[in-house]
Design a protein. Structure first.
Length: 179
């Protein structure tokens, strides 16, 4: 995912995106193609990791639960892939890595890896993070946690992907006007 978004920054820096502006390709098609590429790559990587994990660690897992877990892991990538594309158009190409790296502490805090106990409002803000909803979706799919609000987590990720998509399309159009 990060490589594909970094590639957009490199394409911007080298002027490759100027060639795209010659073709009548709508921004939504271009961004959708980038997201589909990211999804395919993510699906292949996650599937290989699961196969190697089951084979080497001799994990006994229900095939239906495994498919559900792989599906939720791949599906959850969409908002983050679109967010990365939006970032790659909103930032200067050379500063993309630094700015994208700032999302790592946010992701760790949202997933519970970095405990946020004080102040209390930080704990409440975590529920607005797509990282939190992605975590809840994958915990449910792995059978580790039953959350009654599964539809909320799915809809939140869908909403976040849509909002990031609108920002990415706007930033793409803005970038083409600036160029």
């Amino acid at each position: 995912m990060a490589h594909n978004n970094h590639q957009v920054s490199v394409e911007r820096a080298e002027g490759w995106l100027k060639l795209l502006r010659i073709t009548p390709l709508p921004p939504v098609i271009y961004i959708a193609a980038k997201v589909v590429t990211t999804l395919l790559l993510s699906a292949i990587i996650i599937t290989l990791i699961m196969i190697l994990g089951i084979w080497r660690l001799k994990i006994d897992i229900n095939p239906e639960q495994l498919l559900l877990l792989v599906f939720s892991l791949v599906l959850g990538v969409i908002p983050f892939a679109v967010f990365g594309l939006a970032l790659s158009y909103l930032t200067e190409p050379k500063s993309y890595d630094s700015i994208a790296g700032l999302s790592i502490p946010l992701g760790l805090a949202s997933c519970g890896a970095l405990p946020l106990t004080n102040p209390r409002y930080l704990q409440d803000l975590v529920a607005f993070s797509p990282f939190y909803h992605y975590r809840e979706l994958t915990l449910w799919a792995a059978g580790l946690d039953y959350d009654k609000h599964l539809l909320l987590h799915f809809l939140w990720l869908l909403w976040a992907g849509g909002m990031f998509g609108l920002i990415a399309v706007w930033a793409y159009k803005r970038d083409s006007v600036i160029q």
